[in-house]
Ligand binder design. Structure first.
Ligand code: FAD
Length: 436
């Protein structure tokens, strides 16, 4: 990117997950000053794998080629077989026979260790732009239209605009949508899952090389297992999910024991039982999502990533949508018509108009795919032929999205808003505390 003119405003980004960090990098390289505030005092060593399809990788590359390079250094193709995204299998059959193998042209599907990629991306942040141990507690709207961010440690900073990238339990979402609004809080999806990373040698011994070294989803009534290699094939990532209509614990993650897991998957076939036999010190992770939001912005506050549209993991698409958010958001803020802080609201409005429908559709179809793969889809039930057809057609609109067109549409929307010719009125939302 050639030399860029710096814009006369600063954006505060709350949260340093892959959403917040990719946005920060995308803004900085387009001449938009930003500061990232992360609640955690340090990044945890433990973590899980994340897989990405072609849209996710292209979005990250367009946001910032340096982030994409970090990704490429870490990632491995999930499958040894070219362009293979995943093989879906009949988890009840003795040999876990394939139902269908999906191919994703341009990427196959690639996987990384989430926390390690986050740490890599932090190293790309210029000194003085990244702050750990800063948990946002409140936002005070200033008369200028900007905000004072109030952190739990009592410190405060000012910014011309705020982007909440603070994940599924987002504080910024609550402030944006109103703390009395049920949509401000995540909803239990009706499922829980076990997650683990297992050394590949161990996984191969139990599952066999071909199964362990390639991506597989085994489907069965009320349960599924997803397995794929990460860290250049050194580890196997496992997600084993089950339906459970309610979640009664106040904690999202509760300990389980190996016998409980065995019992929960006892009606599944041998391959699924082998997969769950690999789980050590299993922990039950309840799965939550954000299926609805009336807006992703108000004034100069916007939300991206899981704060806006957390989804269940069944399409492996959540983080890719955060990268797409970052791309559209930074292209809008970098647009020549966004000259001063007063123009930011229209850029956020255009972001909302373009990103909200697509991302909420990802949330809804991910929930639906959980049902299909737990063999209780309304149109598919336990019929393997119908499940195959459903899976074969499910991902194209996510993977093969034309990102340039999406950005163009967002820019067109911004232009309409600038000219006052858009039919999308700027929303009137719960009032945030105004500074006196
Ligand atoms: C089991 C499972 C498997 C998944 N698999 C995939 C996959 O294969 N592919 C894929 O694309 N997606 C996948 N996802 C989804 C993906 O993990 C998320 O969409 C993505 O990580 C969201 O990134 P984010 O930056 O929006 O949020 P997060 O990664 O949650 O980051 C939010 C950050 O904000 C910080 N924070 C929170 N509150 C505050 C506060 N008040 N102040 C300051 N900082 C704060 C947090 O500490 C955190 O660092 C999966 C999800 C699950 C649950």
């Amino acid at each position: 990117m050639g030399s860029v003119q710096e814009k006369p405003f600063t954006i505060a980004i709350v949260g340093a997950g892959l959403g917040g960090l990719s946005l920060a990098r995308g803004l900085l390289r387009r001449g938009i000053k930003c500061q990232v505030y992360e609640a955690a005092p340090a990044f945890a060593e433990i973590g899980a794998g994340l897989s990405f399809a072609v849209n996710s990788l292209n979005a990250l590359k367009a946001v910032d080629p340096a982030c994409h390079e970090m990704f490429v250094k870490r990632c491995n193709e999930m499958s040894e077989k070219k362009d293979v995204y995943m093989t879906y299998r009949d988890g009840q059959a003795d040999n876990a026979d394939p139902i269908t193998t999906l191919y994703c042209k341009g990427s196959g599907q690639q996987a990384v260790h989430r926390t390690l990629l986050v740490k890599d991306m932090v190293t790309l942040m210029p000194e003085g732009t990244f702050h750990m141990n800063k948990r946002l507690q409140d936002l005070v709207k200033e008369q200028s239209g900007g905000y004072t961010l109030v952190f739990q440690d009592g410190t405060k900073v000012e910014a011309d605009a705020v982007v909440g990238a603070d994940g599924i339990k987002s504080k910024t979402r609550q402030i944006l949508l109103g703390e009395d609004n049920p949509d401000a809080y995540p909803k239990y999806s009706g499922e829980f899952g076990y997650r683990s990373l297992i050394p590949m040698d161990e996984a191969c011994e139990v599952l066999g090389d071909d199964f362990a070294k390639n991506g597989n989803v085994n489907v069965a009534p009320g349960g599924l297992t997803t397995t794929y290699p990460v860290e250049k094939g050194k580890m196997l990532n496992i997600v084993a999910a089950r339906d459970q209509p309610t979640w009664d614990s106040p904690d999202w993650v509760v300990p389980a024991d190996e016998d409980t897991v065995k019992e929960e998957f006892k009606d599944c076939g041998p391959k699924m039982q082998q997969v769950v036999s690999l789980l050590k010190k299993p922990q039950k992770w309840s799965l939550w999502h954000h299926p609805t939001a009336s807006t992703f912005y108000s004034g100069r506050l916007a939300i991206i990533g899981d704060a806006a549209h957390a989804s269940t993991p069944h399409q492996g698409a959540g983080c890719g949508q955060a990268f797409e958010d970052a791309l559209v958001m930074c292209m809008l803020l970098a647009h020549s018509s966004v000259e001063t802080a007063d123009d930011i609201e229209r850029a956020f409005a255009a972001y909302d108009a373009i990103r909200r429908p697509r991302t909420l559709r990802v949330v809804e179809t991910s929930r639906e795919n959980g049902e299909v793969c737990m063999m209780k889809g309304a149109d598919t039930g336990e019929d393997l032929e119908k499940i195959k057809t459903n899976l074969d057609e499910r991902f194209e609109w996510i993977w093969y999205e034309n990102l340039e067109k999406q950005v163009d549409k967002a820019v067109q929307k911004l232009k309409q808003l600038n000219e006052g010719t858009s039919d999308a009125a700027l929303p009137v939302l719960p009032q945030m505390v105004e500074a006196s």
